[in-house]
Write a protein that binds this ligand. Sequence first.
Ligand code: TTP
Ligand code: MG
Length: 415
Amino acid sequence: MPSRKSSDHTEKSWPRAILHVDMDAFFAAVEQLDHPEYRGKPVIIGGRAEHRGVVSTASYEARKFGVHSAMPTARAKALCPKGIFLPVRMHRYAEVSGIIHEIFTHYTPKVLPLSVDEAFLDITGSQRLFGPPRQLSMKLKQEILDSTGLTASVGVAPCLFVAKVASDLQKPDGLVLVPEEKVLDTLAPLPVGRIWGVGKVMQKHLNKLGIETISQLRSWPLKTLQENFGNTGDHLYNLARGIDDREVTEPDAEKSVSNETTFAEDVTKCAELEKTLLALADKVATRCRAADLAGRVVQIKLRYSDFSTVTRRITLATPVCTGQVLFRHGVKLLREKTEAGSRPVRLIGIGLSNFNAPPATQGDLFNSHAESGKTSADETDRKSEKAERALDRIREKLGDDMIGRGSLLLEPDDE
Ligand code: TTP
Ligand code: MG
């Protein structure tokens, strides 16, 4: 039956293929992985009801009771009294997040991390090596499962927006391919709220105009949409047609910003090494922010007294540009991956590389996502970025010496 094969575009290479991958019930799935007794049960992760906490996420078993992210935990308890309620263990989720984001880079250098558990991959150029999108996606899903024990859902489409929509269509453990000729039909029945940038307020506005679905939106002329929504009108018009020309840009892997120092006398005490590392991290971060760079790879370098030199690195889920965060990862590498504390050290250094656009400049649509406050760690990191940018401005005005480098106080660990 040659005709079946030739009409099945999922078997062919695509002229442009964007893959969106998103882990299933991420925090809850990690808890079920680490605690086999929770598997198959309603698991709800979040703040405590008595502290007016909210739900971060819920396992698919708990979602059947109507429990969902951002709902007050007290309400979740009322809906699902037999649920297993657990606190957020960000440290553990970040560890798994690091593994999956590393896996993404096996398939293409063009990776745009969106959050702790999701990313876009431009796999257009990867098809020669890994096969067409279905084959590549199955391999990626399998590698994630083998390495972490967790399932991910994948969507592939000719553009970012449709890929993101697609990954959500068959959750959990989904795989949905939307080749060009299926884009319009796939989008048509979906509610307008699925369009990026359409929040609750705009959705209400659209509903009032009688627009519930994307196909209804498509019947409105561009001019009318512009009259009603200004510039956003163009955006609505295009996305309703699956037109989205944003790119997944390759991070500049060559570039790196780093700083190192040689001690007058070899240092064995961890406290002193860490103090120096903090000052170096702050300098590196300040330079990165000045150049509008945020990087995903943190690297430290140590030269021991016998001149043997080691480097240790970690790839993060999202790009960072603050001394606070850089230091936090640097110090973890120092404590866990080197002999600091037992061998005298001559030189210490820290650097940031694998630059992508800083999250705040990735476009409004990404902002709206980021602002939904996905994780407490993200929030802490955003706060430290704000604070450090404020310091940058004061330094610019008053000169560098006015503000001590040690002013970067460490926040309590979020673990
Ligand atoms: P999501 O990918 O939105 O949700 P999920 O992975 O739990 O479930 P699924 O993708 O299968 O629908 O978010 C990823 C993690 O981010 C989630 O596990 C917990 C955290 N999160 C919050 O802390 N608060 C939130 O409001 C949301 C939406 C997510
Ligand atoms: Mg997810």
